[in-house]
Design a protein around this ligand. Sequence first.
Ligand SMILES: O=C(CO)[C@@H](O)[C@H](O)COP(=O)(O)O
Length: 226
Amino acid sequence: MAPAAKIAPSMLSCDFACLASEAERMEKAGADWLHMDVMDGHFVPNLTIGAPVIESLRKHSSAFLDCHMMVSNPADYVAPFKKAGASQFCFHLETARDTWPELLRTVKDAGMRVAVAIKPGTPVEDVFPLVEHDPPVDMVLVMTVEPGFGGQKFMPEMMPKVEVLRKKYPELDIEVDGGLGPSTIDTASCAGANCIVAGSSVFGSSDPPATIAALRKSVVGAANKI
Ligand SMILES: O=C(CO)[C@@H](O)[C@H](O)COP(=O)(O)O
């Protein structure tokens, strides 16, 4: 059975001064998850939020917090993010080439869902061992922009990675992130993505509930055809 659609507004595009109310606005608009972009100014050339912000948000929201760890040393963040209330810990494979089995186990033992992300230049085959490992990753995030900033252009050339993953792992959660919106969603959902991160297109929309509904409709429609 195809995994359920999960629409995850990227809070990177929200008004950070009003994080709790922005989160509530997205939940009311139909978001399944809230995507939290954690950047350390080292793995990517941008600095955003850390565990204290997740902890503050958690006091105001019971939402599923999908934490995308764009950090050079993900292992250092597992315990603080668990304590802060993260729901899913998604590390970049490029930061854990030799350490991922231990990292995967540590995140699982901490009680969070674990996911792995790959940058545009990383071959999709590199994640197969993580999906086939015991325990396996719960989700693979295929980046459709270079990580670091919101508002970039969707890279359709990443879709073969999604197609390969969907064909090989029919029940796997596959997330795409970067440049997703009403004009690009069909390309991603037809390739097999079911978890959709969307920042600018949702927060820049005059009708976020309608935008989220349109993203969901595309994913559900494509899943019925695959
Ligand atoms: O991880 C990232 C950027 O590194 C993303 O989550 C973006 O924040 C998505 O923003 P849009 O491309 O949808 O504006």
